[in-house]
Ligand binder design. Structure first.
Ligand code: AMP
Ligand code: MG
Length: 493
């Protein structure tokens, strides 16, 4: 029998931020078993894979036993959920096990989700179940492979316990995930809402030291903290929109300071291009719809800015509000520039020309209502650039709609002396073939719940190398068959 994994923890959150958390222990799982271990990520963290996958490793990854050097804790945070403020949320079913410094010298949190009740559980049972745990595993890896900042799964561990959910009993599971940190806009809100300016300052200093150390010596460091978070979130949401990702629950407690995607609950990728696409059963009014994500991020950043007013200018809050408002107002144009840069790459355009924004927007306007598969569209444009117009035309219910736009695209490409093959190859490097499509994810998770991990492993392998065509995987690049119907995701994880 192996011992508990030996992990070189260095727990700055526990050390530097007393009063921001409750030290806590996870529940003991009756029969923990590591179902999937992310061996590549374990290696990146300098952790020993086999000992993590062992019996003692499973006990640790389910939260029941803490290894030497861990200081497990539940974090306090607040948050705006669907626009309404909850002054106390916090880790209701999660623990920060500790932090490690990875092979590249980066500090990473090791965090458990589903490890039992905590002082922040409110009415919840503190548990997680297999399907959503594997869902988060799969989406995190897919986003990482797409080059999008994200938390990542280290392991999915079965607890051996039955957990009752909406549709009956499910298998209990714990997700071990790794993040640049678990600081959220909601963490700032927790202390700001209590009027505790000193704690907000302490948190801001911690965030600066951890994520933006170069800012620490600036006179305007708190304003610069805001700018940095704004810019990383603008970049993140631009990347979501460029790949067709809908987060689904962009509450301020799910908005990180690090700029990583966090909390894959009711998320989904769009199939047909539709700015109004909503998948979450609880998002009745489309607050978090595909096309509403940039303005919602702006809204969330405004809530973040509010927590920083007393730090930006302690002597004159009107002046602080003015300064922060200026920075908030810069978000839309900054976001648009990032999105356009991404769209140029997706369209294989190298130069920056004035008509590009209209060209990109008009492609999407043409696709809307035409049942055009968003992911397939850009791969098909690569085929078009190589000389075959058939696949892209076939995506449009009325192919004539594409033809009008096509003439402009051809003219625009003639403004550059780039060989077609070079252009198409560049497009293929940024336009994925394989994404976690809703029907495939659904099938993989249902099979996993029935004990068959093969579809999950196959899908995970494909979305982990999303840009390169793989053998016998044609079906994985296609949208859902019509019989799949409208897809709905649920928060009840
Ligand atoms: P999430 O939807 O996972 O982002 O969680 C939102 C809030 O609800 C957080 O404070 C969670 O800790 C809490 N929460 C979600 N599910 C549970 C659960 N099963 N037991 C306790 N708290 C939960
Ligand atoms: Mg959350």
């Amino acid at each position: 029998m192996r011992d508990l994994p030996n992990i070189a923890f260095d727990n700055s959150y526990a050390r530097d931020l007393e009063g921001f958390y409750v030290p806590w222990a996870g529940s003991r799982a009756p029969a923990p078993e590591v179902l999937r271990l992310n061996a590549g990520l374990a290696a990146e963290l300098g952790l020993d894979g086999p000992s993590l996958a062992s019996g003692p490793g499973a006990a640790m990854l389910s939260g029941g036993t803490a290894p030497e050097g861990a200081v497990p804790l539940s974090m306090a945070y607040a948050g705006h959920q669907f626009g309404g403020f909850s002054p106390q949320l916090g880790d209701g079913r999660a623990l920060l096990l500790g932090e490690v410094i990875d092979r590249l010298g980066k500090r990473r949190d090791i965090h458990l989700k589903g490890s039992g009740r905590t002082p922040f559980s409110r009415g919840g049972d503190g548990k997680a179940v297999l399907r959503p745990v594997l869902r988060e595993y799969l989406f995190g890896e897919a986003m990482h492979a797409l080059g999008i900042p994200t938390t990542r799964a280290l392991a999915a561990t079965l607890t051996g316990e039955e957990v009752v959910r909406q549709d009956g009993p499910e298998q209990g599971a714990v997700l071990a995930r790794v993040a640049a940190s678990h600081l959220r806009v909601g963490t700032f809100q927790f202390f700001a809402a209590r009027g505790d300016v000193e704690k907000v300052r302490q948190l801001a200093d911690y965030a600066i030291n951890r994520h933006f150390p170069k800012v620490a010596d600036r006179d305007d460091k708190y304003l610069e903290l805001f700018r940095r978070v704004r810019d990383s979130q603008a970049a993140l949401v631009a990347q979501w929109v460029l790949v067709g990702f809908v987060h689904g629950v962009m509450n301020t407690d799910n908005t990180t300071i690090s700029g990583e995607t966090i909390d894959y609950g009711p998320c989904a990728f769009i199939d047909s291009y539709d700015p109004k696409a909503v998948f979450s059963s609880i998002d009745q009014h489309g607050r978090y719809s595909f096309g509403n994500q940039p303005p919602i991020m702006l809204w969330n950043l405004s809530r973040f800015a509010e927590t920083l007013v007393d730090l930006v200018n302690p002597a004159d809050s009107d002046d602080a509000v003015r300064q922060l408002t200026n920075e908030i107002n810069a978000f839309p144009s900054h976001y648009q520039a990032l999105w356009l840069k991404g769209m140029r790459a997706k369209l294989g355009l190298f130069k920056e020309l004035p008509g590009d924004l209209d060209l990109a927007n008009d492609l999407l306007a043409a696709a809307e209502g035409q049942g055009v598969d968003y992911t397939g569209l850009f791969r098909a444009l690569g085929v078009f650039v190589r000389g075959n117009v058939m696949p892209v035309r076939a995506l449009f219910a009325d192919p004539g709609i594409f033809d009008g736009w096509m003439e402009r695209y051809l003219r625009r490409m003639r403004d550059e002396t780039i060989p077609d093959t070079t252009r198409a190859a560049a497009m293929d490097r940024v336009n994925p073939i394989y994404i976690p499509r809703n029907h495939l994810v659904d099938a993989a998770l249902s099979a996993a719940a029935a004990g068959d991990m093969e579809p999950f492993d196959r899908l995970l392998a494909l979305v982990s190398a999303p840009f390169s065509e793989q053998a016998d995987a044609e079906d994985y690049a296609l949208p859902a068959p019509e019989s799949f119907g409208k897809f709905t995701t649920y928060c009840g994880t």
